[in-house]
Design a protein around this ligand. Structure first.
Ligand code: ADP
Ligand code: ZN
Length: 754
């Protein structure tokens, strides 16, 4: 006997099914039947084990709802088991997951996995414990009265308790041993259930600094900023504020006051900072002002993460300070979200789901109906644009605290032979370092070495070889000696001499921090030097050690990559040197100018923070470039306006949207052929939807082969994100991946690292 097909069955009236999503195909939601044993147990936000596909395969999926099914009960398969005792996610976070899954085109199960820390999912640091509740017979007074006195008192403790208790807890309350409890269990008075409980305890809440911090009186502009945000915290509605304040203008103090206003109302806050391990000062400032702070950082163990997550969810924590993923902190009474240094690239996750914490924060603030504060000295153009289109309120802090002047910036033109020394440090920078050391000041030297891309720049005139189609710098590919545009795949043989000035000896690769360290040691013998980059800072705590030594004055020169440009506040830094401001400028990315402006402005902000002032020396081949000019005058406004005109030319963000598809495979030909197929499907969909979407590529990225896999990029660009997203969604649905070719593709919506 076989079942009739589902459409011949009658739908049952009051029948509810669980909607389940997965991290693998099919992504769902699929409906499953809740068997009687699991009724009332299956809830949205917990994981279940279900059969999937043909055969006996079972997988774990996430329940996103219990709802009326269109299908009749008999057509559905049963849920086999629940994996979690309690939901790991409330209704609002589920809403956020579903938005992310749709917008970033990632399976909802994969988004859940990003949202709920691995240590929470695996139950790190927990063990099983037996809990008791009264069984039916315990409710019968006569039966209880007939029990020996110790057993009576044990069962009465359980009857008046509003939650299940362990044997130890009952014995404690009834002042007896566990013997009477064992008896009660045997006689059937107790119902036992096994639950997982967290046994690990994390670091004790660090109250030692609490209340030690001095609370400064707000300056006039700080007070105005604070009052606006506080008023929004008191209303239950979404509102975005952009706090644009020059470096050292006291933005952090404004965040702290605003959070205090939320905490005073019993609400909680999330503060996102780029790479918390790099900014111990920021962390301490929050710990000085709030009793219950949870700091989430990348070097935490799974058990520690689980511990903090439980504390946060229980409602004990007032403020969560952390990097990108802290945006998912399950605070039950969230009242305010702050993104400090909102322009920072680390807010974008570079693996699936490829979300941007700023956009996610905005959506979460809408779901929670709370204000969002985006703070920066150099707001991203996306954020700037939002203030110009009425989507956000701009608040400006134009003065440094105590009216300290902004540091003077001197540009050194590296094309001038007289300025060069044969090394990386020009004559003016060398002199400035010597003078600073003689005055017992400290020096920060920035060498930005981003990615692997090797642009082709003439060391004599600074000319950069660019694509005639896209105006993007070409990338030198060593194999084959080609210069390639990684937006549109335009190619030429790498020119042996400079096309602009005919200088022969055009160079492809820059200089590393290691080489710079050797040079600095040779030029300034006797100075104590530390290098900070991802090579020297691998060990946990190494940043804090170097920064502490720098603060104590044990080091005179700190050199490193952009990680030293962020957030440091050392009054004795009298000189900041930028070795090559152009290294970010000529990266094949439409955000190259913006990055250059941000980097130079941010690193310049590390000086002039004390009473002794400060100065900045910026070495560049392009001193006339608008981004470098604007940064040298601390002029954000002019930079933003000029850059906006550039973006408008090609409808690049924030005026339009971009997305990227990355295709990876072990064989170059089949991988490229697959990339071509995607382009065909995209073109087909675009034409059907009448969507104005530009499709560029496939082209090899700066590094075309990583770990034995060939890579191709397709870049898409459109005026509006909806038609762009829909074009990709429908085109991808038409693709058939052939698993034997081992080709994978990744969709990256709003990529930031091109
Ligand atoms: P930003 O975050 O804008 O770079 P900070 O909040 O770090 O600025 O402030 C810069 C310095 O000024 C810090 O050392 C901070 O403690 C101090 N500061 C901030 N606000 C005040 C104030 N109202 N009065 C005195 N000092 C302040
Ligand atoms: Zn091109």
């Amino acid at each position: 006997e076989t079942d009739p097909p589902p459409w011949e069955l009658e739908a049952e009236e009051d029948f509810e099914a669980a909607a389940i999503v997965f991290s693998e195909n099919p992504y769902g939601p699929l409906h499953y039947k809740i068997p009687p044993a699991l009724e009332g147990i299956v809830q949205p936000g917990l994981r279940v084990r279900v059969p999937l596909g043909r055969g006996n395969r079972t997988v774990v999926g996430w329940c996103i709802g219990v709802e009326k099914s269109e299908l009749p009960a008999r057509a559905l398969k049963d849920i086999l088991a629940v994996t979690d005792e309690d939901p790991l996610c409330d209704a609002r976070l589920i809403k956020l997951v579903l938005w992310m899954s749709h917008y970033y085109q990632a399976p909802a199960g994969q988004v859940f996995d990003a949202l709920i820390p691995a240590g929470v999912r695996s139950g790190a640091g927990t063990r099983e414990q037996v809990f008791f509740t009264p069984a039916a017979m315990a409710l019968d007074d006569a039966q209880v009265d007939a029990l020996p006195v110790k057993q009576q008192s044990a069962i009465r403790q359980l009857l008046i308790s509003d939650k299940p208790l362990t044997a130890v807890q009952i014995a404690d309350l009834a002042e007896c041993t566990e013997g009477p409890i064992r008896e009660l269990r045997k006689k059937g008075f107790l119902r036992a259930e096994t639950r997982r409980v967290l046994t690990a305890s994390g670091p004790p809440p660090s109250r030692k600094n609490f209340q030690k911090g001095e609370i400064p009186d707000l300056t006039g502009p700080q007070a105005e900023a604070y009052e606006q945000i506080r008023d929004a915290v008191h209303k239950d509605q979404q509102h975005t504020f952009v706090l644009h304040g020059v470096t050292g203008s006291g933005k952090t103090e404004v965040y702290i006051r605003s959070i205090e206003a939320a905490v005073a109302q019993g609400k909680q806050a999330i503060v996102l900072v780029p790479e918390i391990s790099l900014t111990p000062q920021t962390r301490h400032r929050f710990q000085n002002r709030f009793a219950e702070v949870a700091v989430l950082h990348s070097q935490m163990s799974a058990v520690e993460r689980h511990y903090h997550w439980q504390r946060i969810r229980s409602g004990q924590v007032q403020v969560v300070v952390g990097a990108r993923s802290a945006i998912f902190a399950p605070l039950p009474r969230l009242g305010l979200i702050v993104l400090d240094e909102e322009h920072d690239g680390s807010f974008k996750q570079d693996k699936a789901p490829r979300y941007h914490a700023r956009r996610v924060a905005y959506v979460r603030s809408q779901i929670e109906k709370i204000p969002l504060v985006l703070g920066s000295a150099t707001p991203s153009l996306e954020t700037w644009h939002a203030t110009n289109t009425g989507h956000a309120t701009l608040i400006q802090l134009n003065q440094r605290i105590a009216d300290r002047p902004m540091p003077h910036v001197q540009l050194v033109d590296l094309r001038t032979p007289g300025e060069r020394t044969g090394g990386a440090i020009s004559r003016p920078l060398q002199n400035a370092v010597k003078e600073t050391l003689a005055e017992n000041g400290q020096v920060i030297l920035l060498l930005n070495r981003r990615g692997f891309a090797t642009t082709i720049q003439c060391p004599s005139c600074g000319h950069v070889v660019a694509c005639p189609e896209c105006d993007m710098p070409l990338t030198h590919h060593r194999d084959g000696g080609k210069a390639v545009c990684h937006y549109c795949d335009y190619q030429i043989p790498t020119p042996p001499w400079c096309p602009a000035c005919r200088f022969d000896g055009i160079r492809y690769s820059g200089l590393g921090t290691q080489k710079l360290e050797v040079e600095v040691k040779a030029r300034f013998p006797g100075a104590k030097i530390a290098r900070m980059d991802s090579d020297t800072m691998r060990r946990p705590g190494s940043h804090e050690r170097v920064l502490a030594a720098f603060r104590e004055g044990e080091l005179q020169i700190l050199l490193g990559t952009q990680m030293i440009a962020k957030g440091l506040d050392f009054p004795n830094v009298l000189l900041v040197g930028v070795i090559n401001a152009d290294s970010a400028l000529h990266f094949p990315d439409f955000r190259a100018s913006e990055r250059t402006f941000q980097l130079v402005t941010q690193v310049a902000g590390r000086t002039g923070r004390g009473d002794r002032g400060g100065r900045v020396v910026v070495q560049t081949f392009s001193p006339e470039h608008p981004a470098i000019q604007a940064a040298s005058h601390h002029d954000y406004q002019t930079f933003a306006e000029t850059e906006m005109l550039q973006r408008r030319k090609y409808d690049y963000p924030p005026l339009g949207s971009v997305a990227r598809i990355i295709i990876r495979g072990p064989v170059e030909e089949t991988t490229e052929a697959f990339a071509d197929t995607i382009v065909e499907k995209l073109e087909l969909t675009r034409d059907k939807l009448a969507a104005e979407v530009r499709i560029l590529g496939p082209a090899p990225p700066p590094v075309a082969k990583i770990r034995g896999k060939y890579r191709f990029h397709i870049l898409l660009q459109a005026k509006d994100s909806t038609s762009l997203g829909e074009t990709i969604r429908r085109a991808v649905a038409m693709l058939k991946t052939n698993s034997k070719d081992e080709i994978q593709f990744v969709i990256d919506i709003d990529p930031i690292d091109m």
